[in-house]
Write a protein that binds this ligand. Sequence first.
Ligand SMILES: [Cu+2]
Length: 189
Amino acid sequence: MIRRRPRRASASAAGRGRRSRAPLGLAAYLAAMAAACTSGAAATPPIRAGTPEVPRQVNVILRDYSFVPTPIDLVPGETVRFFVINGGLVAHELVLGPQDVQDAWAHADAVATPPIFGATAPPASVPPGTGGVRVLLDSGKSTTFVYRVPSDAPPLVECHVPGHLERGMVGAVRFVWPGPSTGPSGGPS
Ligand SMILES: [Cu+2]
């Protein structure tokens, strides 16, 4: 019930840090955009596959009730570092994995949902070895994790907080391939 002040203090400190760096990042971005325009290159830089040593950054925003962006572009087999932030007003989940992983978390979240509104929910859990990735974030919170993209099929992206899937909180991953021909139809099928 009592909010822990140290956490809030550190969060606001981090927020100040981000704000102070933002203008520099924007300037660098604008400079890159200008360079791209003058050289005739595409404004969107080509994707370079992430590696375990240098994971590629992938940002995802959880909203009420969608994933931004959709689809998320990933290279088969690459290693990425997800940065996920909940920009919505309610708690959201991001489950990344094939259908059996989605089913496991859908069941776990349903079981963990208290029957009385406002009651404290027990933590949801799935059997060890289920695989995939699941993060649950309160409004305004963020997290980061490293993820090895499967090579065979794109993982599914869903939120199984009860009622959210029904409201359309389903994302998607699109496989892309590095290089100038990267695009929706730019790779082998
Ligand atoms: Cu949700």
